[in-house]
Design a binder for this molecule. Structure first.
Ligand code: GCO
Ligand code: MG
Length: 409
């Protein structure tokens, strides 16, 4: 079997997605996700201008070899654009292998290690009343673990509290990105945040009891010392994890955090290579790997990292926001179902329009996700539907402090 065609599609049913479709000379197709939120066209061009032609006439069964070829032969290794492009090829080849074998991808990865993948839902609110309502809604939907984000007095616009919800109670499809030619400016005040967040978790624990696993995303905003302070002050409320407590470009920063708190730590959504996370795993500085198959070069390298992490009792907590397309999401569900050291999966259901373009095979029942048993990844891409939704420029927001200094978002 040979690869006959490799095509790139950019579509924006309710947010932008980049999809690669590979077709073999036998007419088998495989699809992969190459979406990089706010920088979508860079990956589309990388694939169209530099990768697609390299795939033609290659044997689609050689997944490992193709991955190594794209990674090493480019000379310029790593980086989010390169790795999202390689991820799309990797997923498409796993999809093809599954279809040819007549098996869902998780069977090719060793079979299911559990009945389903436990997922967490997202609750947020501009005050405790709205936050409690939001948690109750998520519990009613079946989620057994909840991420809690909250407004902070003194901060106008804050990550994780949907922009419109902060005023009108509606969620915006593109969130946290915004349509337009410039990023929206948000504000930040670490001291106000560190004072407020523990009071919110105390109230949530009092209202919902000790059982419910609670999570929180610090979204890269604290210094290591501040992160340690937050971790410590949240210890009485027994978090399941504290995510991205400090920017992780420097892995050694996590040593300081770890020395001061037993709050479990999750990190990795912006990582794209094992070299970004290997020290964190080996030194047991984190508890959960937050990487996404789409931004990490696909199923092949993420599987290796999880096998490595297994030796250190570090578990998965793959990134699953709506900017990971249904294809990328399915890819990591197959992986999550098969590995032993599964932890928890982030899940934000895609919009109705997105599901018109990507026909998903997954099920979500009683808090558990399953990728389904259709051969391959179990997602179909509807090219005609995709054509109805052209690219729509959007950017993630950014932060400034009170004096105008740019801060991490
Ligand atoms: C999460 C993430 C997202 C990111 C977004 C960026 O934990 O789900 O932090 O909300 O901000 O995916 O593209
Ligand atoms: Mg996050």
């Amino acid at each position: 079997m040979r690869i006959e065609k490799a095509e790139v599609f950019v579509t924006s049913p309710s947010r932008n997605f980049v999809t690669l479709r590979i077709t073999t000379d036998d007419g088998v197709t495989g699809i992969g996700d190459a979406t990089l939120n706010g920088r979508e066209l860079a990956v589309a061009a990388y694939l169209k201008e530099h990768v697609c032609q390299l795939l033609l006439d290659k044997d689609p069964s050689t997944i490992e070899d193709t991955w190594q070829f794209l990674y090493r032969a480019s000379y310029w290794r790593r980086g989010p654009v390169t790795m999202a492009a390689i991820a799309a090829v990797d997923m498409a080849l796993w999809d093809i292998k599954g279809k040819v074998a007549g098996l869902p991808v998780y069977q090719l990865l060793g079979g299911a290690s559990r009945r389903g993948c436990r997922a967490y839902g997202h609750a947020s609110g501009r005050d405790l009343e709205h936050l409690f309502d939001s948690i109750r809604e998520e519990l009613d939907l079946g989620y057994k673990s909840i991420r809690v984000q909250t407004s902070v007095p003194g901060i106008e616009k804050l990550y994780g509290v949907a922009a419109q919800e902060q005023s009108t109670g509606e969620r915006y499809d593109f969130e946290p990105a915004n349509r337009g030619t410039q990023p929206v400016e948000e504000d930040w005040d670490t001291r106000a945040y560190l004072r407020h967040v523990p009071t919110v978790f105390e109230a949530v624990r009092n209202e919902f009891g000790p059982e419910l696993p609670l999570l929180h995303d610090g979204h890269h905003r604290m210094t290591p010392r501040e992160a340690a302070q937050l971790g410590k002050s949240l210890e009485p409320f027994d978090l399941y994890w504290l995510e991205d407590c400090t920017p992780a470009e420097s892995q050694e920063a996590l040593r300081l955090v770890r020395q001061h708190t037993t709050t479990p730590l999750a990190i990795g959504e912006v990582f794209n290579s094992v070299y970004d996370i290997k020290d964190l795993i080996q030194e047991q500085l984190i508890d959960f790997v937050r990487c996404a198959s789409t931004h990490f070069g696909g199923i092949t390298p993420l599987r290796k990292v999880m096998n490595f992490a297994e030796m250190y009792q570090v578990r998965s907590g793959f990134h699953g926001p709506t900017d990971v397309s249904p294809i990328g999401f399915a890819a990591q569900l197959h992986l999550g179902l098969s590995i032993h050291n599964y932890g928890l999966q982030e899940y934000m259901p895609h919009s109705r329009l997105t599901r018109e373009v990507f026909h998903e095979g997954l099920t979500f029942e009683n808090g558990y996700l399953h990728p389904g048993d259709t051969p391959g990844l179990g997602v179909e891409f509807d090219e005609t539907a995709a054509g109805r939704f052209p690219y729509d420029q959007a950017y993630l927001p950014y932060n400034r402090l009170a004096d105008g200094t740019v801060h991490n978002w």
